[in-house]
Ligand binder design. Structure first.
Ligand code: NAP
Length: 241
């Protein structure tokens, strides 16, 4: 049975990834950090998916979260879908240093941390990192979030080449606006969500199931010859003017 590690898998896109990968025959582990989503994920996910409290900001030194999961050695899939419960908007005063650092730790270093799973990843096992379609398009106030997703995208070709000798494929999924608890966590009002939708050529947000399918695609053998690629799933937002 293939084994998947999904960091940030207790809510939203990661949670949908966990359910979908399990339905397609994976066991594995999902991580998160807040008590209530952890408890809900434990209740709702199959016992084949261990739910582990783990903060990706913490350097995985004395104990990697997935080392606490005995049945997650021999990883066949690693996905990262973490994001802190707020986005630092660049206002006139800029972004507070603490907020900037937290985003670097979760959205950049947290992705990098997945490389610590390399020894436990089977040769041929895919790694998928979630980024954001907004990293390629300007949006006032989105400087920090876009920059950090851009940093992950810049790592992608080199990481893919480093792991190619082991036939580990590394790809990213660039999500567009997707209905997840993230908008509630951000306190985004309905008119703000409506305004986002008006910028999307498909005139709607994606569902977390659509986002999960977008991760399952580079995770599957169908894309066995694809590495170093970014799969954009954004309702036409990226090519849009
Ligand atoms: N939703 C969108 O419209 C959208 C669009 C483009 C890109 N994305 C990207 O897709 C990814 C997933 O987003 P989402 O909408 O599914 O968000 P979400 O529902 O808020 O899920 C985020 C997940 O990350 C976990 N997490 C947050 N900080 C963590 C930390 N320090 N350590 C470990 N886990 C942590 C959360 O657990 P806790 O609740 O316990 O913190 C949760 O499981 C993010 O990278 C996001 O930027 C989302």
């Amino acid at each position: 049975m293939p084994a998947a590690l999904i960091t940030g898998g207790t809510t939203g896109i990661g949670r949908a990834n966990a359910a979908l990968l399990h339905a397609r025959g994976h066991r594995g582990a999902v991580t998160g950090q807040s008590a209530e989503p952890l408890a809900r994920a434990r209740r709702e996910l199959s016992d084949d998916m261990i739910v582990v409290r783990s903060d990706v900001r913490v350097p995985p030194k004395p104990r990697l979260s997935w080392q606490g999961c005995p049945n997650v050695s021999g990883l066949s899939t690693c996905c990262s879908a973490t994001t802190p419960g707020f986005l630092p908007r660049t206002g006139r005063a800029g972004v507070a240093e603490k907020s900037f650092d937290e985003h670097v730790d979760v959205n950049f270093k947290g992705r990098h941390t997945l490389q610590k799973a390399r020894p436990q990843t089977n040769d041929g096992g895919p790694i998928i990192l979630t980024v954001d379609s907004a990293s390629r398009r300007g949006s006032p106030g989105a400087t920090v979030g876009a920059g950090l997703r851009g940093a992950v995208l810049a790592m992608l070709p080199s990481l893919a080449l480093e792991l190619a000798p082991r036939r580990i494929r590394v790809n990213t999924v660039s999500n567009g606006a997707t209905e997840t608890p993230l908008f509630d966590k951000l306190g985004e009002p309905q008119n703000g969500r409506d305004a986002i939708r008006t910028k999307i050529p498909f005139e709607r947000s994606g569902s977390s199931q659509e986002a999960a399918e977008a991760v399952a695609f580079p995770a599957s053998d169908i894309t066995g010859y694809a590495t170093g690629q970014d799969f954009a799933v954004a309702g036409g937002y990226e090519p849009g003017a």
